[in-house]
Design a protein around this ligand. Structure first.
Ligand SMILES: NC(=O)c1ccc[n+]([C@@H]2O[C@H](COP(=O)([O-])OP(=O)(O)OC[C@H]3O[C@@H](n4cnc5c(N)ncnc54)[C@H](O)[C@@H]3O)[C@@H](O)[C@H]2O)c1
Length: 276
């Protein structure tokens, strides 16, 4: 049966609404979080696990992924640390296979890994070509490769969720950051087009644009206190953004309740930017 129809014809609950409409859960979902070893990915991994999901923490930095796995297991959750280079097809395919071997399913992919904290800001005409190409390779091609690797299992299940992490830098047009902003812009187009191809298979694809999120990680391009204070005045909610501010929207997109929302990009940035 068509996966969408199957969901819609599920027996109504007491409220008269189909059960999926009020299912905000991720319990027992197999969730892959790329770049899950630190920063935003670490917080997403911990919170998905706390909500009952089985989390594959997939990161280039295996020690960091293992540390997050340790945090999850110590808290009574289920996590699996995996080393992956999202820019390398063989590595990504091996990651997907390892998850399928372990759990038999991949329900949710959060495309969070990127070259970000280590990136230097500089005028665009001074970005070395190699650095430009590396950012495109990881931040764009990485999302393509991971999506290609998980989609066969999602298609077979007739259910899946892909959630891409872009940036509000796209809408702000941040200077001296052209490779990063360009790469994060691409994710919005990829989200729109992939959503159209995958909708008939019961798979949604959505995108989130975080603002400047303070994480436990030191960055090469941290803003000065003065710039930070001035940025806060541009937000509707004038306080600093934390990784946990992204948990609600990412988790929502992963739930059955969000099943009729796809091809959307939403800013979670305290109202710094708006969609037009
Ligand atoms: N922190 C922010 O202010 C902010 C704002 C907007 C968007 N974002 C986006 O959110 C995501 C997470 O941000 P963050 O601050 O946690 O970033 P971060 O740089 O601290 O962490 C990125 C993670 O990705 C991993 N990674 C890098 N290259 C990889 C590769 N080739 N294969 C697998 N893993 C790889 C790193 O090891 C690291 O664990 C990124 O996509 C970033 O662009 C962050």
């Amino acid at each position: 049966m068509d996966p969408q129809t199957a969901t819609l014809t599920r027996a109504p609950d007491d409220s008269g609404a189909p059960a999926h409409a009020r299912d905000f859960g991720v319990q027992d979902r197999v969730v892959v979080i790329t770049g899950g070893g630190q920063g935003i990915g670490r917080e997403l991994s911990r919170q998905f696990a706390a909500a009952g999901a089985i989390v594959a923490i997939a990161d280039l930095n295996l020690a960091a992924a293992r540390s997050v796995e340790g945090e999850i297991v110590a808290a009574g959750g289920r996590g699996l640390a995996l080393q992956v280079d999202v820019a390398d097809k063989a590595s990504v395919d091996a990651m997907a296979q390892a998850i399928l071997d372990a759990y038999g399913r991949i329900d949710v992919l959060v495309n969070n890994a990127a070259i970000f904290a280590t990136l230097n800001k500089r005028p665009f005409d001074q970005i070395p070509l190699g650095e430009w190409e590396q950012v495109m390779r990881v931040n764009i091609t990485g999302v393509f490769l991971t999506s290609c690797a998980v989609v066969p299992a999602m298609r077979q299940a007739g259910w899946g969720r892909i959630i891409n992490i872009s940036s509000d830098a796209v809408n702000k047009g941040v200077p001296n950051y052209l490779h990063y902003v360009t790469s994060k812009s691409a994710l919005i187009g990829m989200t729109n087009s992939m959503a159209r191809e995958l909708g008939p298979h019961g798979i949604t694809v959505n995108c989130i644009r975080p603002g400047g999120v303070a994480t436990e990680v030191e960055r090469t391009h941290n803003p000065t206190e003065e710039i930070r204070a001035s940025l806060l005045t541009q937000q509707c909610l004038p306080r600093g953004q934390m990784p946990e501010d992204l948990v609600g929207i990412v988790m929502f997109f992963a739930t059955p309740a969000a099943g009729f929302i796809t091809g959307q990009t939403i800013a979670a940035d305290g109202g710094m930017t708006h969609n037009h």
